[in-house]
Ligand binder design. Structure first.
Ligand code: PLP
Length: 322
C-alpha cells in the first residue's frame, strides 16, 4: 500500500493531510475508484476524464494536466508493485502469495483511488477560502468479491433516498452519506446492495453501482441476433453516475447482439424482469436474485447475465468468472 499526495509518494502510516482540508471538513471533493487487470489500470483515461468533469461540475480545476495525473497514478502503482505491497494474488485478497502453492502466480491486482479536494483554508463554507486543490492517490491490494456472490447472486433492498451526488448530478462527489446509510440498512437486512428510488419511485442506481434489467420482448427488435431479449438501464437524465463499467457492459451487449435501451425503471418493471444485475468497477457484473421480498426470475443468476459477464471478462483480459 502506498499513497501519493501532490505527487510525493508516502507509506500509508506517514501520509498526512490537513484537518483544514475541505474534503474532510465539507466533503468538498471528487474521486475515482479504479482497478487493475493484469497489473495495469483499467480504463484509466475514462476515469480521469470523469474525474475532470466531476471537478469541473463543482468548480475545482485539475491542478496538473490530466495526462500528468495519469502518469502519477501509474508511477504510484509501479512503486507499490516494486515494493511488493500493491497486490494480492487474485482470488486470495489479504493473503498475498497464499494461492501460489502448486499453481502459477496469478497477476497482482490493485485497487486505486484518486481524490481531488478543493484544498485547505480558513473555516467557512465559501469555496473562495480554499487554497490550491489537493490530489491524493491510494493504491492497495484489490479484494475481489467472493465468487459465491457471482455464482449465487445477491439480494438487494430498495430505498427512497437521495443519491450520492444529487447536489451535482453526474459528478462523483465524495459525499456518500445518504448512500452509506442506505447501504447500512441493506446490510442490516442481510442484503448486499441498496437500490435507490428517486422521489417519483423510479429505480435510479445502487449505492455504488449502476443497475440493469434483462427483459424478454418477443415481437420487438426484429433482426437483432437475439430478438427475444433487451437490456434496460436507467438513462443519464435519471441523475445517475454514468458508470464506466455500465458503458463497457453496453458495448459488450451490442457485441453479443443484445439491444440496449436507456429507459426509466419503475418498481413493477424491476420486479418483472427476467434478470437483474448491478455493475461497478470493483465488482464488475453481479447478479441480483432478490429485491426486497421478491424473487427475480428463477431466483438464480440468469444465462444472459452470465453470458454478459463472461464477455466482459474477455474484454478486460481477465479469466473465467470467479
Ligand atoms: N453509481 C455510483 C453512485 C457509484 O458510486 C459507482 C461507483 O462507485 C457506480 C455507479 C459505478 O461506476 P463505475 O462502473 O464507473 O465504477
Amino acid at each position: 500500500r502506498l499513497v501519493s499526495i501532490d505527487g510525493v509518494i508516502h507509506r500509508p502510516e506517514e501520509a498526512r493531510v490537513s484537518v483544514y482540508d475541505r474534503g474532510f471538513l465539507y466533503g468538498d471533493s471528487v474521486f475515482e475508484t479504479i482497478r487493475t487487470y493484469g497489473g495495469e489500470p483499467f480504463a484509466l483515461e475514462e476515469h480521469l476524464v470523469r474525474l475532470e468533469r466531476s471537478a469541473e461540475r463543482i468548480a475545482i480545476a485539475l491542478p496538473i494536466p490530466r495526462d500528468d495525473l495519469g502518469r502519477e497514478v501509474v508511477a504510484l502503482l509501479r512503486a507499490a508493485t516494486a515494493a511488493g505491497s500493491a497486490g494480492a494474488t487474485a482470488g486470495s485478497a489479504g493473503a498475498p502469495g497464499s494461492a501460489s502453492a502448486g499453481s502459477p502466480a496469478a497477476p497482482l491486482e490493485s485497487y486505486i483511488r484518486v481524490m481531488l479536494t478543493r484544498g485547505s483554508g480558513p473555516l467557512g463554507l465559501d469555496p473562495s477560502l480554499a487554497g490550491a486543490p489537493l490530489r491524493v492517490i491510494l493504491v492497495e491490494p484489490l479484494k475481489p468479491l467472493p465468487g459465491a456472490l457471482y455464482r449465487g447472486g445477491i439480494s438487494a433492498i430498495t430505498i427512497r433516498t437521495q443519491r450520492a451526488g444529487d447536489a451535482a448530478p453526474g459528478a462523483k462527489v465524495s459525499n456518500y452519506l445518504e448512500s452509506l446509510l442506505a447501504l447500512r440498512d441493506a446490510r442490516a437486512a442481510g442484503a448486499h446492495e441498496a437500490l435507490i428510488l428517486d422521489p417519483s419511485g423510479h429505480v435510479v442506481e445502487g449505492t455504488t453501482s449502476n443497475v440493469f434489467l434483462v427483459e424478454r420482448r418477443p415481437a420487438a427488435h426484429e433482426g437483432a441476433e437475439d430478438p427475444g431479449h433487451l437490456l434496460i438501464t436507467p438513462p443519464k437524465e435519471a441523475g445517475i453516475l454514468v458508470g464506466i463499467t455500465r458503458a463497457h457492459v453496453m458495448h459488450v451487449a451490442s457485441e453479443v447482439g443484445m439491444p440496449v435501451c436507456c429507459e426509466p425503471v419503475t418498481m413493477a418493471r424491476l420486479l418483472a424482469a427476467e434478470e437483474v444485475f448491478i455493475t461497478s468497477s470493483l465488482r464488475e457484473i453481479v447478479p441480483v436474485v432478490r429485491v426486497d421480498a421478491h424473487t427475480i426470475g428463477a431466483g438464480v443468476p440468469g444465462p444472459k447475465t452470465r453470458a454478459l459477464h463472461a464477455a466482459f471478462r474477455k474484454r478486460v483480459g481477465a479469466g473465467a468468472i470467479p
